[in-house]
Design a protein around this ligand. Sequence first.
Ligand code: FES
Ligand code: FES
Length: 197
Amino acid sequence: MANFTLNGKSVSLEVDPQTPLLWVLREHLGLTGTKFGCGIAQCGACTVHLNGTAARTCVLPVLAAEGGDIVTIEGLAENDDHPLQQAWVEEQVPQCGYCQSGQIMQAANFLKHTPNPTDEQITAAMAGNLCRCMAYVRIHRAVKRAAAIASERDTAQVMGQQTEATAATAGVGTFDPRATADAVSHSAAEETSHGKV
Ligand code: FES
Ligand code: FES
């Protein structure tokens, strides 16, 4: 029996505890976004997050994930809108696509701990994830772009919170042009019905 949390949901299943986690994910649970590449922890295609750390599931017995928290590419972001996923589309990274989920999961773990990486840090962090299509330049660019997207989102969120706080302090709501237009037309209608116009 194996028990863990997978993409936010509890999972229990009967399986040999020595079964590689990759096979449990793909064959038993049908999550085929995580790929089999080398089978010997050398390519990174099978990377997921286990308890917040990037892990290579082709060599990891499911026993090692007992009671753990696993996130696969399918659970990285609710609406597939993780900064890396956005950057991957913007930079048109994939060629055959086979290595891409492992690349993204590795990069996601890296950016979580290094939100403003240098080129050298990106190169070092992604060096263990192989791409037989040689998309390395685009992968590097997309990781950098994702860091910028995450930073832009953080800034927008902080500014939104500040605007709300300022409006609350001043005792006014957020300006809504549609509400204003409705109020004006309502007032004009009232004046018309009272014979003022
Ligand atoms: S398939 Fe796991 S590292 Fe290559
Ligand atoms: S895009 Fe083909 S292996 Fe990386």
